[in-house]
Design a protein around this ligand. Structure first.
Ligand SMILES: [Mn+2]
Length: 290
């Protein structure tokens, strides 16, 4: 363990973090404005970076070191003394810079509301974009607690952008969201209970050539991922999530992704480590799966 905070994902054994040659840029986004239950997700990105320094960098499943594709971690976005809308704007700007360098933007949250600007930025580059949203919650409210920028409305903003949306792992849905689904928006939902019972059919045909994947860590079962602001029972398990993500990688090109809502808890380093390892597995499947 080092005392100083880790600044590069996978450090200290990560020599492959040159920003000019990297294929992935990690964007730490410690955003926390509209959190409604457990607070602390602003510390999520740093906890992931810290835990990443404890990972082995060889992937036994892929028989390679995914870090070698080049993974640069830019300095964390600084939201201090900024309102929520401005914070979202600079998040989108950061993603745009990464896209201009022809790299994959990988944002680490922070609360889920941060996903909207990256998705909008990526869609500007890839107009056929579809979004896969892996989460316990539908996040389809038109607004929540008085703001349309809320983490609980993030996927509604995706629908507003006219982007086809596929939600997976959902097991917490409000009456408003159920009513919204009756309007037949361009949204498909794979429920948590269907995954648990083995009756889920993933609508792969909805994926276009280019896909953005957003993973809210509360999609994972709280027994494995306790450190989230709004835990829900009955979630995905580690290998189930990996298989799902790998399946997406095999059918479409992922051009942007994020992992959000880690809310580090005292004594729950397993959760930080799971998040870090998930990020690394995602990079591996995206770039190294033959
Ligand atoms: Mn959620």
């Amino acid at each position: 363990m080092t005392d100083s905070p880790v600044t590069q994902f996978g450090a200290p054994d990560a020599p492959h973090c040159d920003p000019s040659t990297a294929r992935v840029t990690i964007i730490p986004a410690p955003l926390e404005y509209s959190v409604c239950y457990m607070k602390g997700t602003e510390h999520g990105p740093q906890a992931i970076l810290d835990a990443s320094s404890q990972m082995e960098l060889y992937d036994e499943e892929l028989d390679c070191c995914p870090i070698e594709v080049g993974v640069y971690t830019r300095p964390a976005l600084d939201y201090r003394s900024m309102d929520h809308a401005t914070a979202l704007k600079i998040t989108g700007d950061a993603v745009r810079e990464v896209l201009e360098r022809k790299q994959l933007p990988f944002t680490l949250g922070g609360e889920h509301s941060l996903s909207a600007p990256p998705i909008a930025a990526v869609r500007n580059y890839f107009p056929d974009l579809t979004v896969v949203h892996i989460d316990a919650h539908g996040d389809l409210r038109s607004e929540y607690e008085g703001t349309p920028l809320s983490h609980a409305s993030i996927e509604r903003r995706v629908v507003d952008m006219g982007i086809p949306l596929t939600e997976i792992g959902i097991r917490s849905f409000s009456p408003e969201e159920a009513e919204f689904m009756q309007t037949r928006p361009n949204v498909a939902v794979v429920w948590g209970h269907q995954l648990a019972r083995g009756t889920a059919v993933i609508p792969w045909e909805r994926l276009s050539k280019h896909t953005y994947v957003t993973i809210d860590l509360d999609a994972i079962d709280p027994s494995e991922m306790p450190a989230v602001g709004t835990p829900e029972p009955g979630g995905l398990h580690w290998y189930q999530l990996l298989e799902l993500f790998r399946g997406i990688c095999r059918r479409t090109t992922i051009v942007g992704m994020d992992v959000v809502e880690l809310c580090p808890m005292e004594g729950q380093t397993r959760a930080d480590f799971l998040a870090a390892k998930l990020v690394y597995k995602m990079i591996g499947y995206r770039f190294c799966d033959k």
